[in-house]
Write a protein that binds this ligand. Structure first.
Ligand code: ADP
Length: 179
């Protein structure tokens, strides 16, 4: 499913973040930027050990912030590492998750990146309920694209049918509210 915001295509797809042919993929990283498991483990495995060598030098990353590295063996030229909040059920969760998307998109523009793919940040080990996270992700991306030009494609990559269906429903609701 896709929509157009200004000149930018925003789409949700089912797939594997490591396989995306875009300028940058986003990693749902941990504060030390270690490979770990989940999306991060998969990205580090696909990129090769040079990615960890570069991450080591960055001095970690705070929750809600983002840092950029090269993509090494990935098809993507860059990896943007952002640290999602561990879900606690407080108002801070939403702010921090929104910051992850905003700061990653800002970093992409600063590096002249035209296409970027995100996973569903914080919805795995970090425990953010999928539908709540989808609302924050989709609203934040749309708001950013309304205010900023320069990106050609923003893609949200969902790992399974359930995650895709939830995001599709949320995106339809948000589009309806916009009309
Ligand atoms: P976090 O620690 O931020 O919760 P996780 O890596 O545990 O991050 O999971 C984030 C989301 O990414 C989960 O919904 C998970 O199902 C999904 N995911 C796991 N592997 C991949 C992959 N290769 N591509 C895209 N999404 C993935």
């Amino acid at each position: 499913m896709q929509i157009k915001i200004g000149d930018t295509t925003f789409e949700i797809v089912k797939g594997d973040i490591t396989k995306q042919e875009v300028d940058a993929i986003v990693n749902a990283a941990n504060p030390r930027l270690t490979p770990g498991g989940g999306v991060s483990g998969a990205i580090h495995r696909a990129a090769g050990k040079e990615l960890w060598e570069e991450c080591k030098k960055l001095g970690g990353c705070k929750t809600g912030e983002a840092k950029i590295t090269r993509g090494y063996k990935l098809k993507a030229k860059y990896v943007i590492h952002t640290v999602g909040p561990v879900y606690k059920g407080s108002i801070e969760d939403e702010k921090l998750l929104a910051s992850c998307y905003k700061n990653s998109l800002k970093l992409a523009l600063e590096h002249n990146i035209k296409s970027i793919a995100f996973p569903a940040i914080s919805t795995g080990v970090y425990g953010y309920p999928m539908e709540e996270a989808a609302k924050v992700a989709i609203k934040t991306i749309i708001d950013f694209l309304k205010e900023n030009e320069g990106l050609e494609l923003v893609r949200l990559v969902l790992y399974n049918d359930k995650a895709y269906e939830i995001h599709k429903k949320v995106m339809e609701e948000i589009i309806r509210e916009m009309e």
